[in-house]
Each structure stands twice: as structure tokens, then as C-alpha cells.
Design a protein around this ligand. Structure first.
Ligand code: SAM
Length: 452
């Protein structure tokens, strides 16, 4: 692999020439493949090949065609690079109360860390998953819906739009856009984009993003900062800058020495660096800081309960056959589209709705059309569906045909709306008309690949 010379020089000055030789040798080897299972969609823990810092993570021996596995489309697992799953260990290490917690994932697309946070929250608290680039925000929305929880709001905003949300979040993750040195093996194109100037540009952009979002962190709240690069300027030095300018204290995270993660320590700041020749994964950096308690009390935030409002009771009987509503779930609607969100987070969702551009809110249940509910794709993937919804179970070939939008008929007398299932998990909706079906899989999610 033809690594950029200035990159190698900087890396040698950081870890020494001997380590760089081992690093280069490792980069010639194949990229480890790993997935993180969705604990709500039938995960059976194995003892071998597990990712050491995340109980839901597992290495695979080779890379299968995930597109040709209907379980992938059902959200049974997320294909995630193993080092990134370290976030699980971080969340487990922080003394926070999941029931009330509000987490922001500021740079969230395509959704690897947001889906991990969603799995960790397991329906408790609230996650706001944000992405500034529009088409990436819609990919994020889809991946979040596959995880299936009702406590995630997806937004499409610039980091500066969060500044006004004074002390709103308990935890903020900034998985910053970076020079991507840690991805050189997985994505060789990132090497051609790398330059010393680009590292400098990334560094300034990272500081700007951090400065924009720090006001939205609560007193005593935690900021988790990560990149997939090795460069100190983009990593630990940015955290030193945060510490000096915003008075946030670095938090040391206990790690198992057998994991071989390198703990960095510079002027009271700790960071955790992953190297591919030390661990089974790609390059990654993470650091945690905590806001102090001395700042002013939070500003009173506005909220919007007019355009997003609680669904009227008369409509509930149309919706309950589709989704389990208990005391923890509430229904809200926006222009007759129904969303299920956590009851205890309703006011916070109204606040987010006032200040941000929400592109999805909780489970996207469906639209009310006079006396019927037309289910949305998000409901097919949701965990909280009513278990009595009529369902048609397809084998692998028919499930793939359905996902290609090429299935014409089903062998079932169950007419009208049916949940389409593969191995017990929802993958979409169809309407059975007897002599043909209407396939309600959104076209943008269909498999385009040729299947033999
Ligand atoms: N957290 C994601 C995951 O685990 O799947 C990966 C995030 S990636 C490292 C960084 C993200 O930041 C990208 O989705 C990118 O579109 C977004 N981004 C790019 N420029 C940005 C900016 N100026 N402000 C905020 N986010 C930005």
C-alpha cells in the first residue's frame, strides 16, 4: 500500500519506526469484517469471535453479500467496523440514568454509532440522531428505522442550529468528519483525498463543530469525541483545546489491557487510540470530557405542540390494531401522519421540533385516511408492532423477490394488508388481492443487485 510520505513521517514521530513497520504490514492484510447484532431481533450470543469491547459485536470469517440476506434488510444486524463499537464500552462506563437521558449524535450518518446507542438505550431515554448532508440524513433515517426503537428523532441540521438548545443534552457524541487515516485499508480512495492541508482543514472544522455544540451540553454532561484518524492535531489536541477554552474535564475510562487499545495522555487529557496492528479493526480515536457544574442555569426553551400534536383519542382505535400502545408510548401526529414516541419524552420532542428540522420522529406508524390507517415502512421494522397483525412468512427466495419488488403472488388466503416476514422479522408490507399483490416496499429501499 502506497501510504503518503508525510503521513508516515507524522505517524513515526508518534509511535516510532518499529511500530510503523508492523502497522504497514498489517495494512497489506484483509480488512476484518464485523457486525453488531440487534438484541431485539433474535440475537444469540456466541462465545467465539466476539468483539471484546461490545457484547453485541461479532467478527465474521469472510464478507458475505449482506444485500442478499433478507435478515440484513429486517435490521437483525448492522455491519459495523469493530473499533467503532468501543462506544458501547464508553456508554457502559458513564454514570448516567438511561430512563431520563437525552443523547445527541451530531454527525450521525450512515448511523453506525446511532444504531449502537439506540440498542444500548433499548427504548429508554431519547436519542437525537443528526446529519447535515441531506441524502445522508435519509440513509440515517432508514438505518435507524431498521433498529426498530421508538425513542429516536432524526434531524437534518447544521451543528450551529444546536447552539440555541442551551444545556439540553446529557450526552453529546461528535463523531467528527476527519482526514480518515484510519480508513486507508478499508477505503483506499481516502488516501488520495489525504494531504497535510486537508488535515489542517479538518482540524479547524472539528473545532468549529465542537464550539457550536458545547452550549447544548448540560452541566455535568458528557461530550464524547471520536475520529477515524491518528493525527494528534485532529484528536487529543482538539480535546486539549476544548479543555482550555470551555473548561471541560477529561475523563479516564477503565479499559482491559488485553484489548491492546493505546491510552494516550497529554496535559491531563486522555484519549483512546486504535491501531490495526494492535487490535482487530481499523484506526479509531475516542476521548470523553465532562462539563463542569459551575455554569449558569439553562435557558427556558420554546416548544411546538401545534404542528406536532397528541393524536386524538377517537383515532386511537384505528391505530391500536397496528402498534402496541402502553403507558410508555404516546402517539403524535403531523399532518395526519402518526408517530409513536416515548410518553416521558413528549415535551422534549416538542422542543426539538421547535428548533430543528425533524425528518423522522420515533416509529413512523402510518397515515390516517378517513377511517383507515395506511401503515408506513417504519412500522414493519418496528419492535413495538402489534403481534396480531396478519403476516405472511416468506422463504429466502421469495423474500429476496419481494425486496427486489419482483414478487407477484403469495401462497396465502389472507387478503388485504399483511406484514411480510422473513425468519419472523418484518421486512415490509404487501396487500394481497388474491390474483396478485401490491408491494409497498419503498422503491428507494429495493434491492437493485442482480440475483442468480
Ligand atoms: N457517526 C457515523 C457512523 O458511525 O456511522 C459516521 C460519521 S462520519 C465520521 C462524519 C459525518 O459528519 C458524515 O456523515 C458527514 O456527512 C458529516 N459532516 C460532514 N461535514 C460536516 C460538518 N461541517 N458538520 C457536521 N457534520 C458534518
Amino acid at each position: 500500500m502506497n501510504l503518503p510520505k508525510p503521513f508516515l513521517e507524522t505517524l513515526s514521530s508518534k509511535i516510532g519506526i518499529k511500530e510503523v513497520i508492523a502497522f504497514k504490514e498489517q495494512l497489506e492484510k484483509s480488512v476484518p469484517v464485523s457486525v453488531r447484532f440487534n438484541p431485539q431481533k433474535g440475537y444469540q450470543k456466541t462465545t467465539t469471535n466476539s468483539v471484546p469491547w461490545c457484547p453485541l459485536g461479532q467478527y465474521l470469517e469472510e464478507r458475505p453479500s449482506f444485500t442478499l440476506d433478507p435478515s440484513f434488510h429486517a435490521g437483525k444486524y448492522y455491519v459495523q467496523e469493530a473499533s467503532s463499537m468501543f462506544l458501547w464500552h464508553i456508554l457502559e462506563s458513564l454514570p448516567v440514568n438511561k430512563n431520563q437521558i437525552k443523547i445527541l449524535d451530531l454527525c450521525a450518518a450512515p448511523g453506525g454509532k446511532s444504531t449502537l446507542i439506540s440498542a444500548w438505550l433499548n427504548g429508554k431515554g431519547l436519542l437525537c440522531a443528526n446529519e447535515v448532508i441531506k441524502n445522508r440524513a435519509y440513509t440515517l433515517k432508514y438505518n435507524i428505522s431498521k433498529e426498530g426503537h421508538h425513542n429516536v428523532v432524526v434531524t437534518h441540521n447544521d451543528p450551529k442550529d444546536f447552539t440555541i438548545l442551551d444545556q439540553f443534552f446529557d450526552v453529546i457524541l461528535v463523531d467528527a468528519p476527519c482526514s480518515g487515516e484510519g480508513m486507508f485499508r478499508k477505503d483506499p480512495a481516502s488516501m488520495s483525498e489525504w494531504s497535510v492541508d486537508n488535515v489542517g482543514l479538518c482540524c479547524s472544522r472539528q473545532k468549529r463543530i465542537l464550539a457550536d455544540v458545547i452550549p447544548a451540553l448540560k452541566n455535568n454532561g458528557y461530550l464524547i469525541y471520536s475520529t477515524c484518524t491518528y493525527n494528534d492535531d485532529e484528536n487529543i489536541k482538539n480535546i486539549e483545546w476544548v479543555k482550555e477554552n470551555y473548561n471541560l474535564q477529561s475523563i479516564r475510562i477503565p479499559i482491559n489491557p488485553e484489548w491492546n487499545i493505546i491510552e494516550e495522555h497529554q496535559s491531563d487529557v486522555f484519549g483512546y487510540q486504535f491501531y490495526p496492528h494492535k487490535i482487530q479493526g481499523e484506526g479509531f480515536f475516542l476521548s470523553v470530557v465532562q462539563k463542569d457544574n459551575a455554569s449558569t442555569s439553562a435557558l427556558k426553551l420554546k416548544y411546538d405542540h401545534k404542528t406536532l400534536k397528541k393524536t386524538e383519542n377517537i383515532h386511537k382505535s384505528l391505530i391500536t390494531p397496528w402498534i402496541d400502545i402502553d403507558e410508555q408510548v404516546t402517539l403524535i401526529d403531523k399532518n395526519q401522519t402518526i408517530h409513536a414516541i416515548p410518553e416521558n419524552m413528549q415535551h422534549d420532542v416538542y422542543i426539538l421540533h421547535h428548533y430543528l428540522r425533524i425528518i423522522n420522529c420515533g416509529v413512523d406508524v402510518g397515515s390516517l385516511n378517513k377511517t383507515i390507517l395506511i401503515p408506513n415502512h417504519g412500522l414493519a421494522l418496528a419492535i413495538q408492532k402489534n403481534p396480531n397483525i396478519p403476516a405472511i412468512h416468506l422463504g429466502k427466495n421469495d423474500a429476496l423477490k419481494y425486496l427486489k419488488k419482483e414478487l407477484e403472488l403469495v401462497d396465502s388466503d389472507q387478503k388485504s394488508w399483511n406484514l411480510v416476514c422473513y425468519n419472523g422479522l418484518g421486512i415490509g408490507w404487501l396487500k394481497n388481492l388474491g390474483n396478485r399483490i401490491n408491494n409497498y416496499l419503498p422503491s428507494e429501499y429495493r434491492i437493485l443487485m442482480k440475483i442468480d
